[in-house]
Ligand binder design. Structure first.
Ligand code: FAD
Length: 357
């Protein structure tokens, strides 16, 4: 998302660009996403929800994302919903295929299957975070087991490594990530089902780890990012969601809890009766669903300023080096914010800063 937005904006401003895409297709995780581009309704709410994040970067998102969304609409991207349905947030949902196609057709030269050269200048790092590098995730996030990768397979920390090698500082929240609870193995979770198989009802369930211990944050946040991060720390990075009869009818984002449970079962996931668990279960529940923490993108990353310039530890910018999207960290530390929104805002910003340099 960030690289495409930057290339399109840079070309509008008269720059020549080459977009290197390491993967076999363009669109990265944006193409796999629900494609809701959103912001908190104001800066105070953003600060409250993501209290460890950089205020300057958060302000930039709040002030510039609406312009960015209007720009995407102006390029011809199809809008599916005009509203997030969440009183804390403002935004809309694009069709991910249409958004990818519109950006790709305006992005100029794209070299598919080629990793970006490290020494190009100016260079925008937009490789999508480091969730795809399992060793780095183990070292930095310290999960209690292997996380399920719920993202494109190519975002493996290349941007972070290039930035650090050139003297960049890293942001807050390096051990945090945005993700979803997903049906645990042996469930089959292909990338086209990353959205429909998400088990997004932890706050309506009793959550136990595999030893039978309760560990969920109280209360669980609206996005459940805090719960997924907590699951990641438990044995095998997994948990059981125990759901009672009444919870099955609760509707969340257009789906009932019962439908989410059925989706897990159809994917081959473990949906058991609580007495089949072999652990003590307090209370009466209808189903026990085995879930694993899925990592969508890392929240920590390269430190940038509001102009998308990569910063050193002393706060000075590194000449000609920019970062945007999930490569740029510290925006949503302590919570969750739209990754597409920050990719849009700082991708465009990087192009504008480079054009003025
Ligand atoms: C299932 C799912 C649902 C989601 N739903 C939402 C949502 O509704 N709203 C929201 O805001 N966010 C959502 N997200 C997150 C969102 O997709 C990401 O935050 C966003 O795509 C990040 O943008 P990016 O440009 O950093 O990364 P990406 O869009 O992933 O793009 C990074 C690109 O860099 C490429 N790359 C990696 N390394 C290199 C290299 N060395 N050289 C060249 N290219 C490289 C990758 O192949 C990839 O194409 C969702 C994600 C998923 C997977």
């Amino acid at each position: 998302m960030a690289g495409l937005c930057a290339a399109v904006r840079a070309r509008e401003l008269g720059l020549e660009t080459v977009l290197y895409e390491k993967g076999a297709r363009v669109g990265g995780s944006m193409l796999l996403s629900s494609c809701v581009v959103w912001r908190y309704r104001d800066l105070a709410t953003f600060r409250e929800q993501c209290s460890g994040g950089d205020e300057e970067l958060q302000r930039e998102v709040i002030e510039r994302v609406d312009d960015g969304v209007a720009w995407l609409r102006g390029l011809g991207a199809d809008v599916v919903w005009e509203d997030t349905g969440n009183p804390l947030t403002v935004g809309l949902r694009f069709d991910p295929r249409s958004l990818t196609d519109v950006l790709t057709s305006a992005a100029g030269e794209i070299r598919l299957g080629e990793a970006a050269p490290h020494d190009a200048e100016p260079l925008l790092l937009a490789s999508g975070g480091f969730q795809g590098d399992r060793d780095l995730v183990r070292q930095v996030v310290h999960p209690g087991g292997e996380l399920l990768l719920r993202a494109n397979p190519w975002s493996a920390g290349d941007g972070l490594r290039v930035a650090v090698a050139r003297g960049a500082a890293v942001s807050s929240g390096m051990d945090e990530f945005y993700g979803r609870a997903m049906p645990a193995p042996p469930a089959a979770v292909p990338e086209e089902r990353f959205v429909s198989l998400a088990q997004l009802y932890g706050r309506h369930a009793l959550v136990l780890d595999e030893r039978g211990e309760e560990f969920a944050p109280d209360p669980v946040s609206w996005s459940e990012t805090d719960l997924v991060q907590a699951i990641a720390q438990r044995p095998n990075a997994s948990a059981w969601y125990l759901v009672d009869e009444d919870a099955l009818d609760v509707e969340l984002r257009g789906r009932s809890v019962g439908e989410m449970v059925e989706a897990a079962r159809e994917a081959g996931g473990e949906v058991l009766l609580p007495n089949e668990l072999g652990i003590e279960v307090p209370g009466a529940y209808r189903y026990a669903v085995h879930v694993i923490a899925g990592i969508t993108h890392t929240i920590g990353g390269v430190r940038i300023d509001r102009l998308a310039r990569v910063l050193r530890e002393d706060g000075t910018p590194i000449d000609g080096l920019y970062a945007a999207g999930a490569d740029a960290g510290g925006i949503a530390t302590g919570g969750y914010a739209s990754g597409l929104a920050s990719a849009l805002v700082f991708g465009r910003r990087a192009a504008e800063t480079a054009a003025q340099a």
